[in-house]
Design a protein around this ligand. Structure first.
Ligand code: GAR
Length: 194
């Protein structure tokens, strides 16, 4: 069974969705590690509750990205991690991790990429008065949300939509889409990956 590390910076509802899919049997993989760059992130509590080890680090305590990614990499290798799922990890992945894991790191982003990359994708969609947006799962490369798209699902932006209502709608689809895509990537055939 493949071993996954989830990287998160905040609430961790997508991390939870991955854990829940694992428990229900929808995702056949071992969620073996949480990597988190904020000691106050709720994702850490979720990991504790589920008995998942957490590697928590403060980027400010390191000289640069390469330094903290070297520490993460050492941990990933010790824990024999095969695959990385970024789930609200608010940092660009650098060359230290990409050299070892490119093609085995995915991210979920709250827009229909290439539209609205980067920070505050939901705010960007509202400001642009778009009539739809959505969620995208993509491979991670060195750019900002530029890697190959694996799957997307859209939501309609209704008149009077607020940031809160739109975020709720997008997260609802993320929580189903992300575990399903990870399952297909790890255990499916090429044909099942759309
Ligand atoms: C998710 O909606 C994810 O798509 C987004 O952060 C949220 C994290 O929520 N990611 C990005 O914006 C990455 N650019 P969560 O912590 O509850 O899973």
């Amino acid at each position: 069974m493949k071993r996954i590390a989830v990287f998160a910076s905040g609430n961790g509802s997508n991390f939870q969705a991955i854990l829940d899919a694992n428990k229900s049997g929808a995702l056949n993989a071992k969620v073996a590690l949480l990597v988190c760059d904020r000691s106050d992130a709720f994702a850490i509590e979720r990991a504790e509750k589920e008995g998942v080890p957490a590697f928590v680090f403060n980027p400010k305590n390191f000289f640069d990205k390469a330094a903290y990614e070297s520490d993460i990499l050492e941990y990933l290798e010790t824990m024999k991690i095969d695959f990385i799922a970024l789930a609200g990890y608010m940092r660009l992945v650098g060359s230290t991790l990409l050299e070892k894991y490119e093609g085995r790191i995915v991210n979920i982003h709250p827009s229909l990429l290439p539209e609205f990359p980067g920070k505050d994708a939901i705010g960007q969609a509202l400001t642009a008065a778009a009539d739809k947006t959505g969620a995208t799962v993509h491979f991670v490369d060195s750019g900002m949300d530029t890697g190959q798209i694996i799957a997307q699902e859209s939501v309609t932006i209704e008149p009077g939509e607020t940031r809160e209502t739109l975020q709720k709608k997008i997260q609802q689809i993320e929580h189903t889409l992300y575990p399903a895509v990870i399952e297909k990537l790890l255990n499916g055939t090429k044909e099942t990956i759309q």
